[in-house]
Design a protein around this ligand. Structure first.
Ligand code: ATP
Ligand code: SF4
Ligand code: MG
Length: 371
């Protein structure tokens, strides 16, 4: 699914992952053939509207997928070793030591009955040979590193004595205190004030750079993606629809869904502003459309889109699952391609519309008068 260069450098490989929920009315497919990889030291952003399958992908990687959900196909490999079929105990060890997780609500990761120091020290001692004294020193150092003031005193306080932002810092300290190789951060800042969000994200970025960890960062915040990530994966209805370097996905989104998602993002150093809006909503699992799952909302959908599922094909340094891109090269301009598609749709019977019309339409799109 991904090219071999990526594969050899990968710390994490998710290959054709399929997650199902059996119900009385039949089996619902929540993740449908998702493949992505994360390289050591890289931050991969994962975006998509609510219900896209971002969290399920993260929970499958961390081995925390809850019943009745089940991995029904594909493989997850970490450091070359298959982990989707690991037994509970080795998976728990891997999760503590090598794969850290940070969730939206810090309270889900902290035990309210123990001081933060106890939780940090226990985690450190479980996964290292440090003595209690050394582990406490390491815990204090970690709290300091995540920006907790007076860590020598605060280490003996309970989670409720910390503010929301400070608690999330403690969770980050907890996730990173044993230097995990991979961190799954699922909307780590959504519940926080904007100013605290920015601090937490830059903290995560700095810590990962200093510790050399890789991060899978799930967020709805395109600004955070643009500023933080190396690559971005875009999910829709349990499928991966586009993945590539952040500069490409944010500035030259190739998939019509990505283009709509990026509609309101802050600029990434240049004057890119898509005006596309996505009407409609993510389909329910029980009603995923045939063919391209995005087809009912896509302005460029054709009969083929309603029948055949587009494969995720490589284009340039990224990949995209959209029939519009079939046989196109990395030099194809996405704006022109969409404008051509719009022109075909709007003027299907017009003969000799010619290059001039395409150019006119491209210009109109650029000025924002056409989608
Ligand atoms: N335990 C469950 N039983 C049935 N369906 C589930 C379960 N957990 C998740 N799903 C479904 O799987 C799909 C993907 O869910 P997921 O939580 O991964 O979405 P998400 O992209 O993380 O969304 P959000 O942005 O809202 O967090 C959704 O349609 C969701 O309803
Ligand atoms: S495959 Fe068709 S429906 Fe799907 S995004 Fe591409 S053009 Fe739109
Ligand atoms: Mg989620």
């Amino acid at each position: 699914m991904y090219n071999n260069d990526n594969k050899t450098a990968s710390l994490l490989e998710v290959d054709n992952l399929r997650i199902e929920f059996p119900t009385r009315r039949g089996v619902l497919t929540a993740i449908d053939g998702v493949s992505m990889n994360i390289r050591a030291g890289e931050i991969l952003g994962v975006v998509g509207e609510s219900g896209a399958g971002k969290s399920l992908t993260g929970t499958a990687i961390t081995g925390l997928l809850e019943r009745p959900g089940r991995i029904a196909g594909g493989e997850i490999r970490f450091n070359g070793q298959r982990i989707d079929n690991l037994a509970a105990e080795p998976m728990r060890r891997l999760r503590g030591k090598q794969i850290g997780s940070i969730f939206q609500d810090p309270l889900t990761s902290l035990n309210p009955l123990y001081t933060v120091g106890r939780q940090l020290i226990e985690t450190i001692r479980t996964h290292t040979d440090l003595t209690p004294r050394q582990a406490r020193a390491r815990a204090i150092e970690m709290l300091k590193e995540v920006g907790i003031p007076a860590p020598e005193q605060r280490i003996d306080q309970y989670p409720h004595q910390f503010s929301g932002g400070m608690r999330q810092r403690v969770v980050i300290a907890l996730a990173l205190c044993v230097n995990p190789k991979l961190v799954i951060a699922d909307e780590p800042t959504t519940a926080l004030d904007v100013s605290v969000q920015a601090q937490i994200i830059s903290l995560l970025q700095r810590l990962c750079r200093d510790h050399g960890s890789a991060v899978m960062l799930v967020t709805h915040d395109m600004g955070v993606i643009a500023e933080t990530c190396d690559r971005v994966a875009v999910m829709y209805a349990g499928r991966l629809v586009e993945i590539g370097p952040v500069q490409d996905v944010v500035k030259r989104a190739r998939h019509p869904y990505t283009r709509g998602l990026m509609g309101s993002i802050p600029k990434l150093g240049e004057e890119v502003e898509y005006l596309t809006q996505i009407d409609g909503a993510m389909p329910r699992l029980s009603h995923i459309p045939q063919g391209c799952a995005f087809n009912p909302r896509c302005p460029h959908a054709t009969a083929r889109c309603r029948e055949e599922k587009p494969p995720l094909d490589g284009i340039g340094a990224g990949q995209v699952a959209c029939w519009l891109w079939e046989g196109r090269s990395q030099d194809t301009d996405a704006g022109e391609l969409f404008a051509e598609a719009a022109l075909r749709r709007r003027e299907p019977a017009r003969e000799n519309s010619g290059e001039d019309n395409v150019k006119k339409h491209v210009a109109a799109c650029e000025q924002g008068v056409a989608s």
